[in-house]
Design a binder for this molecule. Structure first.
Ligand SMILES: CC(C)(COP(=O)(O)OP(=O)(O)OC[C@H]1O[C@@H](n2cnc3c(N)ncnc32)[C@H](O)[C@@H]1OP(=O)(O)O)[C@@H](O)C(=O)NCCC(=O)NCCS
Length: 260
């Protein structure tokens, strides 16, 4: 028998029935929430009630954040060009990079590598922030264009993390790094929603490479709603206004071979 080339431990079909991580999908429907089944799909096991509450809180925290962010602008612009919903949503997802949503991955990698070292979190934070400053590195998970004192989503998620015992070494380290950034740079670079999710998923035992997935799963809801709103409420072909654009190239000039 030839070896199967597409192996998976996620879903199987047995007797014409789908099974997710070994559980009959039909039995999950109506008994487990979306957040619980997302945990099962990503981690392979059903969550404890505490893990289910934490998952749900993280998805809600990132569901949408206004019309002005890169993913929603891309989503609505692409639809405005005459494309259907899924194309706009896909364009929105493609904007998720280091500055927008994608910071979860890098932040979780940094937190997991730093927390794995010996020492108390305050000392580890001091060293890691000093290293970032020496290398002119923007520390993923810190800073926000809009929130300058505190990111309210971080505060609420950490409250829940404390309640359900997922506030561990990684969360404490993330908060210590925010305090160190302020002490060493004089700037309030708040622990943003990406940094908070990075810390919480690290305390929940998730691999840092799954980080962006948490943002994608939650934010796709907002992207679908924005795409639908664009289709149903706006005229096609949006363009930027004169106040948004400026030309700063050469003034009108003659071609070199033009007659004098
Ligand atoms: C989110 C972000 C783009 C917001 O930026 P902003 O508040 O508009 O700040 P600016 O990009 O104008 O930078 C202002 C200064 O703060 C510094 N700074 C901003 N975020 C920083 C960070 N995370 N670590 C270190 N320095 C940072 C910049 O280097 C800059 O310093 P300079 O003036 O000496 O050049 C920025 O903080 C960032 O890149 N953070 C890391 C990525 C991240 O977590 N993204 C998720 C956002 S939810």
């Amino acid at each position: 028998m030839t070896e199967a080339r597409w192996r998976t431990a996620i879903t199987d079909h047995v007797a014409h029935e789908p099974y997710l991580r070994g559980y009959r999908l039909v039995d999950l429907i109506g008994r487990y929430s979306f957040a619980e089944v997302a945990y099962l799909t990503l981690k392979g096991e059903l969550p404890t009630p505490a893990a289910a509450r934490m998952m749900d809180a993280m998805f809600v925290a990132v569901v949408d954040h206004g019309v002005a962010v890169p993913s929603v602008v891309a989503d609505r612009m692409v639809i405005s060009g005459g494309n259907p919903l899924h194309v706009g949503v896909a364009a929105g997802v493609l904007t998720f990079g280091e500055a927008h949503g994608g910071a979860i991955e890098t932040a979780a990698r940094i937190l997991q590598a730093t927390a794995a070292q010996e020492g108390d979190v305050a000392a580890l934070a001091r060293t890691r922030v000093a290293q970032a400053r020496a290398n002119k590195e923007r520390l993923a998970g810190f800073g926000h264009r809009y929130y300058k004192e505190r990111d309210p989503r971080t505060a609420r998620m950490f409250e829940i993390a404390r309640e359900v015992n997922f506030y561990g070494r990684h969360c404490a380290l993330a908060e210590a790094m925010a305090a160190e950034l302020k002490a060493q740079t004089g700037r309030a670079l708040v622990l943003n929603v990406d940094g908070a999710i990075a810390a919480i998923i690290s305390d929940m035992g998730f691999d840092w490479r799954l980080g962006k997935g948490f943002f994608i799963i939650g934010r796709v809801v907002g992207l679908v709603a924005h795409g639908f709103e664009e289709i149903t409420r706006e005229r096609p072909f949006r363009r930027l206004g004169a106040q948004d654009t400026a030309y700063d190239g050469p003034p009108p000039r003659a071609l070199p071979d033009a007659e004098v």
